[in-house]
Design a protein around this ligand. Structure first.
Ligand SMILES: *Cc1c(COP(=O)(O)O)cnc(C)c1O
Length: 396
């Protein structure tokens, strides 16, 4: 693997050199006011990136998966009913976690490649007259299939049913890259991690809690210790943690979140959309299809590309790594061997993306696919040159 080449996996993402250096800090006393100067900007910046005025932000030494566990254990009790759709590997794993915690999950199966079915949510919530469903789970961006779902539509489904369930959103591969509106969508818990849109090493779970979710935590009975938000909030009140905080990573987050805000979060969103659109033009020029079934669900952070029948898509990833030192993502779960994934989020530009597309073409030709070298790159170039960065910003 070359350390010169960027990675094109949908997390961990490429790290700007300044962010990497910001993670490299000498030992400080994490119970001194010095730590507050790292913690408080992180909390404020994350809240802004979520587009929230007053969400309670929590940052754990963990990963996105630990963020899920934080959401569930702080707000629910054994036997509680939750509603979730399964349309890919990440939504599947969240359901699995609920079941292992003794929650009763009403699962809506959706095709891998489709968004989550808000209309089915509305039917189920409307039928739940006694309000037994305590939480609705929604994976905003299914990283396994490159599918985004409409969270505003899920909120409308809850409202149309007049249902008081909490709305939990997995935004691990969307927050800080794609449009996310904590307040407007009245999200109760948003979950992400450090190694995707935030351009950091893995190691932080980052969450936003609404007032309603904070209230639910007062009566929720699932066991929790490490992830207890009550203990964490007490710590924050003293510029501290209930245990030793990951100071280096948080110093990195302070910088990377500020970089995102300096770029302007809507500009960050526009940049991701523009880079993703170039990738989609390339895939189309190759005569290939995305796993995502229709343009309204195309993800701006990851594209899962279907390979022709009889071709093992995992070979694409293995060959790209061994011959060119470039990382792409393998297919997961139901689409293992059927898709390879191009990650296009985080610290990325159109120019870097073109190198990834050029590499993908060499790999496919090496492996005997009927692709013309340069065809996808040309389509992406044509898109990038006629949709410059400034006009992408203006459109946002
Ligand atoms: C990456 C990812 C996760 C898992 O996050 P970890 O940090 O690996 O625990 C969960 N959900 C989605 C949508 C993801 O993309």
């Amino acid at each position: 693997m070359s350390f010169q080449n960027p990675v094109f996996i949908p997390g961990p993402t490429n790290m700007p050199e300044v962010v990497r250096q910001a993670c490299y800090v000498p030992t400080i006393d994490h119970r001194s006011p010095v730590f507050g100067k790292i913690l408080n900007p992180c909390l404020d910046n994350v809240r802004k990136i979520l587009k929230s005025d007053d969400a309670h932000i929590f940052i754990y030494p963990s990963t996105g998966t630990g963020g899920w566990e934080t959401a569930l254990t702080n707000t629910l009790s054994a036997g509680d009913k939750v509603l979730a759709a399964r349309n890919g590997m990440f939504s599947h794993r969240w359901i699995d976690m609920c079941q292992r915690h003794g929650l009763e999950v009403q699962v809506v199966e959706a095709p891998w490649g489709a968004g989550l079915p808000a209309d089915r949510y509305e039917e189920i919530l409307t039928a739940d007259k006694n309000h037994e469903i305590k939480a609705v789970l929604a994976t905003h961006n299914e990283t396994a299939t490159g599918v985004k779902s409409d969270i505003a539509a899920v909120r409308r489904a809850l409202d149309a049913a007049g249902h008081p369930a909490l709305l939990f959103v997995d935004g691990v591969s969307s927050i800080a890259s794609m449009d996310f509106r904590f307040d407007e969508w009245r999200v109760d818990i948003a979950v992400t991690g450090s190694q995707k849109g935030f351009m950091l090493p893995v190691g932080l779970a980052i969450l936003g809690f609404s007032e309603k979710a904070m209230e639910a935590a007062k009566t929720a009975k699932l066991p929790r210790t490490f992830f207890d938000i009550g203990d964490m909030a007490k710590g924050y009140a003293n510029n501290a943690y209930p245990y030793t905080p990951p100071v280096g990573l948080m110093n990195g987050l302070k910088l990377s979140s500020q970089m995102l805000l300096d770029e302007g979060i809507d500009n960050v969103i526009a940049r991701h959309h523009r880079i993703a659109e170039g990738v989609r033009r390339a895939v189309d020029a190759w005569g290939m299809e995305l796993c995502a079934k229709s343009p309204d669900v195309y993800s701006d952070t990851v594209s899962a590309v279907r390979t022709p029948e009889g071709f093992n898509a995992t070979d694409f990833v293995t060959h790209a790594a061994s011959k060119y030192g470039v990382a792409f993502g393998v297919g997961l779960g139901e689409v293992t061997g059927k898709v390879f994934r191009i990650g296009h989020l985080g610290s990325l530009t159109d120019v870097l993306m073109l190198s990834g597309l050029a590499t993908a073409e060499m790999v496919m030709v090496d492996l005997g696919l009927d692709i013309k070298l340069g065809s996808g790159v040309a389509a992406a170039q044509e898109f990038y040159r006629s949709n410059d960065r400034e006009s992408a910003k203006a459109a946002a």
